[in-house]
Design a binder for this molecule. Structure first.
Ligand code: TRP
Length: 75
């Protein structure tokens, strides 16, 4: 596959301290490979890549993707 620079981007903005953005591996086994902690107001802009096929977000956050916007703060 090679390095994929064309993966979709997503944006996460933390609405509280300690929001976690967890990357899950692509391929046969699905496991956590990276966990990033964001404090309130911090923004992470990242892509889906050859290493990352799914993302799990813990905590209150605004999430923007090409599929729309989710306000996970209001659940
Ligand atoms: N090294 C990871 C990768 O290339 C970095 C990364 C990209 C990442 N997107 C992510 C980590 C989303 C956590 C969440 O796949």
């Amino acid at each position: 596959m090679g390095t994929n620079c064309n993966g979709e981007y997503f944006v996460v903005q933390a609405k509280e301290n300690g929001v976690q953005v967890i990357g899950l591996t692509r391929g046969q086994d699905t496991r956590f490979h990276h966990s990033e902690k964001l404090d309130k107001g911090e923004v992470m802009i990242a892509q889906f890549t050859e290493h990352t096929s799914a993302i799990k977000i813990r905590g209150k956050a605004k999430i923007l993707t090409s599929h729309g916007e989710i306000d996970a703060a209001n659940e």
